[in-house]
Ligand binder design. Sequence first.
Ligand code: MG
Length: 463
Amino acid sequence: MTLIKSISGIRGTIGGAPSENLTPLDVVKFTTAYARLIKDKNSGKRITIVVGRDARLSGSMVESLVEGTLLGSGADVINVGLCTTPGTEMAVITHKADGGIIITASHNPREWNALKLLNERGEFLDDAEGRMVLAMAEDNDYNYPTIDDIGKVILREDFNKRHIEQVLALPLVDVEAVRKRKFKVVVDAVNSVGGIVIPALLRELGCEVVELNCEPTGEFAHNPEPLPENLTQISEVIRREGADLGIVVDPDVDRLAFVMENGEMFVEEYTLVAVADYVLRHTKGNTVSNLSSSRALSDITARYEGCSYAAAAVGEVNVVKKMKDTKAVIGGEGNGGVIYPELHYGRDALVGVALFLTYFAGLDMTMSELRKTYPSYYASKNKIELTPEIDVDKILSEIKSRYSGEKVNDIDGVKIDFEHNWVHLRKSNTEPIIRIYTEARSMDEADSLAKRFISEIEQIYKA
Ligand code: MG
């Protein structure tokens, strides 16, 4: 039973008491606050908001509430129905709308849902705007418009087909080259909207598609986070079918992971690495990922003359900001999130698939052979549970000063880059924990680096 209010939206479990869960009352409150923000930004003029949702079980219920509240708040609505997160973002851009709401709890289990809030560029609200929505949601001093000013639904359309067309029209996507290869691809879309769009995209690219969990029923066939432990089924099917590769997406299709022809994971961290490798071959420029992502992206970027890598704080908004600041040509997050600004500034699994398959079509090698062309890193993800009275900031600043002779980045927690490995320590905003991410040249090395920092942190707060 949870309700998490943050600057990037509101997320919670369905049912139970208002303010403690994502109940209809909470949906209405937040949607009203969002409509107020967008109206204020447009000095009260008539606004248009795009609404899309993933296939989770509560999606249609929440969609009705969001749509009704927007209309009652005086906003016109373009409802794209069952749509991915990147598709809804593209619908905002394409229709020149004033904003958008995506109804999805991303990789969270079936009882969760959330509202992700977009600006007029189809990007997530920034920190300041997110805070304004939070404040407005607590403010009941608001009059809804009267009968002459309520909104109307100006369009209901399926945007997925247009999104696919936009992806295929990208100059670096070579549809004919991919078609010639007639790839056999197994898709696991965990029974959400990816089950519609990914097979459709692959068929446009001339692939033979084997569908696994591609019915958008919202009954997730396994834990929806695309991590190896949740993906045993697709490995078996790839081997049995003799497929060239497997594709896994999360319920709102902004995360993408590949599985190799031998059934092993290409590893989520390497989705962005491979796509960036292809993009940099054709477009010299900079790359960006977040501090917790693999060093492999920085290594690959260094292979291209005049190209440089920069790290952003964790969170898509931060990555996008850094990409704009550094004029990056490709970026994203190690969790399988590919952001290709040529189309839009949002993590987009469809873009990732189309760029990757174009690259792969031009290579005469298998997925596992391709994987060997990249530096091999192993990540270990740990956390320390603390008690609320422990001053986490003090611990982090102590670590920072102890390692001041090393390469330290403190834009988001403390990241220390050693010669052959790194550690990233971050505090959680919602729980008394420190997350400890490490990456090294072997799993043993990554684990022992994590252990070393866990005991160092324990020494500091027990001292
Ligand atoms: Mg997602």
